[in-house]
Design a protein around this ligand. Structure first.
Ligand code: COA
Ligand code: ZN
Length: 304
């Protein structure tokens, strides 16, 4: 069966933007529920400035506790610079992700660097991470539209993806940071990206702002991509990218993929338990577009 690999980014992309800040115990409990559901890869946290993102200030505590509890789980952490890498390595991280936005303004807003400096810092961070024996991912953010500069030129995306691949990133993650892409654009951009990065090293990271997250994931599947980021309950959004609503929900992606003959290794009931938990913690209704239907099926099953 055709297998897809899902990285659940709720603990990082999901929680970084929430008005309620979860403590380390609650974050670890959420990650345990994801692992129980069969999720094999997560983005656990980010080693960024606690002034920029106070929700992630406990990264140095999360990583060692997580590795001790769930040593088999593939755990990635986001790092914006060499200082972040140093902190991540000291905490025992085995996999890191760097983030490169495709426009000048988005890099400035997100990491206070211009595009050329961001590129150089990403390349240095990847080189240093490889020297430390870490697995690496590189995000190409705002890979469709930038909230400040509009549509991002395909030539720029291809150039940045080429540079990240040449810098040795194991995975290049094409991110629709504000959720503005449509399936035709996803097909067209991935068709071009496949020529510069081997398909098995390409991943997509989608947001569901306009309700097209699943359709975009389907376009990526048809383009041959088998690596996806998604966020349980659809929690997510970048604090520095206006208009970035929740991520493509992991339950929506798993439902679509499994019903279409792909294997994810993830249980939908297990994901619902994680959604319930996140909802109680964040004190608001959560769940992707399929969650209401999935919950009705669960209730029906419990009644027989
Ligand atoms: N982790 C923790 N602290 C860090 C850090 C990191 N990775 N990088 C820098 N710092 C600290 C510096 O030590 C310095 O501390 P001090 O004021 O106590 O001396 C302070 O932050 C400023 O350092 P500077 O290098 O001037 O950073 P900056 O103010 O230009 O901010 C970033 C740059 C990258 C650290 C900051 O913009 C950031 O963390 N951005 C992340 C945004 C994010 O997470 N976005 C969502 C995910 S894509
Ligand atoms: Zn995102």
């Amino acid at each position: 069966m055709d297998t897809i690999q899902i990285t659940d980014v709720a603990p990082r992309d999901g929680l970084q933007n929430q008005p309620i800040h979860l403590g380390a115990d609650a974050k670890l409990a959420l990650i345990e529920r994801l692992a129980d559901a069969g999720v094999q890869s997560i983005e656990a946290t980010s080693f960024v400035s606690p002034k920029a993102v106070p929700q992630m200030a406990d990264a140095g505590e999360i990583v060692p506790r997580l590795i001790a509890r769930l040593p088999e789980l593939r755990t990635s952490v986001l790092v914006p610079n060499l200082k972040g890498l140093e902190r991540a390595h000291a905490a025992g991280a085995k996999e890191i992700a760097v983030v490169l936005s495709a426009t000048e303004t988005m890099n400035r807003k997100n990491i206070n660097m211009g595009l050329n400096e961001a590129l150089r810092v990403c390349e240095q961070t990847l080189a240093q991470a490889q020297a430390l024996g870490l697995r690496t991912r590189a995000y190409v953010a705002v890979a469709f539209d930038c909230p400040f500069e509009g549509e991002t030129p395909l030539a720029t995306i291809l150039n940045l993806a080429t540079r990240m691949h040449a810098a040795g990133a194991d995975e290049i993650v094409i991110a629709d940071t504000i959720g503005s892409a449509s399936p035709g654009q996803v097909s067209a951009r991935l068709a071009a990206l496949r020529d510069v990065v081997p398909l098995e090293q390409l991943a997509v990271h989608l947001h569901d702002t306009r309700g097209l997250g699943a359709a975009n994931a389907w376009a990526a599947l048809e383009a041959g991509v088998r690596r996806f980021d998604a966020s349980v309950g659809g929690i997510g959004g970048c604090p520095f990218a206006p208009g970035a609503a929740g991520n493509l929900a992991t339950e929506d992606l798993v439902l679509m993929a499994e019903r279409s003959g792909f294997s994810t290794g993830i249980s939908l009931d297990g994901l619902l338990d994680a959604v319930d938990f996140a909802e109680a913690q964040l004190q608001r209704p959560l769940g992707g577009r399929s969650a209401a239907w999935l919950r009705r099926q669960r209730t029906k099953r419990s009644e027989v």
